[in-house]
Each structure stands twice: as structure tokens, then as C-alpha cells.
Design a protein around this ligand. Structure first.
Ligand SMILES: [Zn+2]
Length: 265
């Protein structure tokens, strides 16, 4: 897995990627540093194929966050700081795939590779559900009771967002075989199901326990505890369960579902 010329190519790639990430304001400085560490770990434990998969997640997430950014900002509250993400986002999204990648490396058991791929698929699908869902002409419906809710309410789902998340999941899972992981199609199909469960868990937690705030200035619902450097009003859920905690939990559990489904069937 570790030959020197490949590691040289990887190092070049990660330096170029870091400069782009900072220049395009995808991540702030701390976010970039944490993703360099995470990128190195992923490369060491899953090889260049796993690293490329993570890069795909980054690129898809970036394009969808910036896509019609102003329209999203008018409708709901777009990501704060013009969509620049920090180390908390990196850890929340990357913890599950770092963990499953490392367990795969230590055990060499393919089911953990499925866990690794599933967690990247969930992170990608979740980003797409949010970012593309915000563009829906229809108001979202709450996943728990299907009542119409305002745009920006966590746990609100749209058909457009759900379709986008399924497409994101399928892109990541199918491209994993192009990236050098020869995994049979049955296992990949199970990974698609497990990943979709992860997205559902994310929405259910969003609708129930996730902290939901209201910004008086924008007169909009938001997942952000503060906006315009002011504390928002907590209207539902628990303050310590923010979007990052929900992402962390749903990527872990969705990937575990993929693994359990493979163990059972
Ligand atoms: Zn506001």
C-alpha cells in the first residue's frame, strides 16, 4: 500500500488540494489542517482509492454548497460565513470514515471497507439533501409526521433533496469500484440501503432532538446557535445536539447498518 513514488504523488495532491480549499474558502485554516491530517490517515489506511473517494465527497459538497448560493441565502439561512466550514464540520463528517478505514486496515476485513464507503456516501448524501433540498419550490415536510414546515427546519425533507441524496449515495458507492476497490455488486447494493438509512436517521434526529433556533433578524428557522454574531432563540431540541453531532451519529449508525445487513444476509 505504501510505496514511495505513490506517496510523493499523494503529498503533491494534498498540497494542491489544501491551497485550493483555502483559496476557494471551502474550509478555514483549522478546517484545512484537520482535513490534511484526516487525508493522510485515509491514505495510509485505505490507499489512494479511499483518498480519491473522500476528495469526491469534498468536490460534490463544495459544488452543491456554492450552487445558487444567493438563492439559498434568500430562502433559508445558508451556511454561515459564506459556506466556509471549520474543523468541527471536518471531524463530524470525517470521523466515521476515518474510524472504519482504520478498522479495515487493522483487520483487513472487507465489511469494514463497506462501512468506510457507506460513511462517505452518507456524508455526501446528507450534504446534497440539504443543499439541493433548499432549492425545492415546494415547502419541506417533517419526516416524522409529514406536516409542512418552513424552509430551514431541521428534519424537513423535500422530494428534490431526497432524490439528490440518493444520487449522491449511488455516485460514491459505484465510483468506489472504479477507485480500485473490487467489491461485488451485492455488497455495494447493501451499502446503498445502509447509507440511505443513515440519511433517514439524520432527518429523524433533525426532526426530534436536534437543536432548532429562530433568528429574529432574518425571521427564519435555523440550525445555527448564533447568527450575525448574536445568540439565536432555542425553540426545540437540545442545545448540545447540533448539526455536527447529528452528522457524526448518522454517519456512524448508517455505516453500522450496512455492516450489520452484510453480516445478517
Ligand atoms: Zn439571521
Amino acid at each position: 500500500m505504501l510505496d514511495n513514488s505513490q506517496y510523493l504523488i499523494f503529498t503533491l495532491l494534498i498540497i494542491i488540494a489544501s491551497i485550493i480549499v483555502l483559496k476557494l474558502k471551502i474550509l478555514d485554516f483549522k478546517g484545512t489542517i484537520s482535513s490534511i491530517f484526516m487525508g493522510n490517515l485515509i491514505y495510509l489506511v485505505t490507499g489512494i482509492g479511499g483518498f480519491i473517494l473522500v476528495i469526491e465527497f469534498f468536490i460534490i459538497g463544495f459544488i452543491c454548497t456554492k450552487f445558487r448560493f444567493n438563492q439559498k441565502r434568500r430562502k433559508g439561512i445558508a451556511q454561515e460565513k459564506d459556506g466556509i466550514r471549520s474543523w468541527q464540520n471536518v471531524i463530524a463528517n470525517g470521523f466515521a470514515f476515518s474510524l472504519f478505514g482504520t478498522i479495515f486496515y487493522l483487520t483487513n476485513n472487507e465489511i469494514f471497507l463497506i462501512g468506510f464507503i457507506s460513511s462517505i456516501a452518507i456524508a455526501t448524501g446528507d450534504t446534497l439533501a440539504t443543499e439541493i433540498g433548499l432549492l425545492s419550490s415546494k415547502k419541506p415536510r417533517l419526516i416524522t409526521n409529514f406536516k409542512q414546515v418552513e424552509t430551514g427546519r431541521s428534519g424537513g425533507i423535500t422530494i428534490l433533496g431526497s432524490l439528490a441524496s440518493i444520487i449522491g449515495i449511488i455516485i460514491i458507492i459505484l465510483s468506489s469500484s472504479i477507485n480500485g476497490f473490487s467489491i461485488n455488486i451485492d455488497l455495494l447494493s447493501i451499502a446503498i440501503i445502509g447509507s440511505f438509512c443513515g440519511i433517514l436517521i439524520d432527518s429523524i434526529l433533525g426532526a426530534t432532538v436536534q437543536a432548532q433556533y429562530f433568528c429574529d433578524k432574518c425571521e427564519k428557522f435555523t440550525e445555527l446557535a448564533s447568527h450575525h454574531e448574536q445568540q439565536n432563540k432555542l425553540i426545540k431540541g437540545r442545545a448540545f445536539i447540533d448539526n455536527n453531532i447529528v452528522n457524526l451519529f448518522s454517519t456512524l449508525t448508517g455505516s453500522l447498518i450496512s455492516i450489520l445487513l452484510i453480516v445478517i444476509f
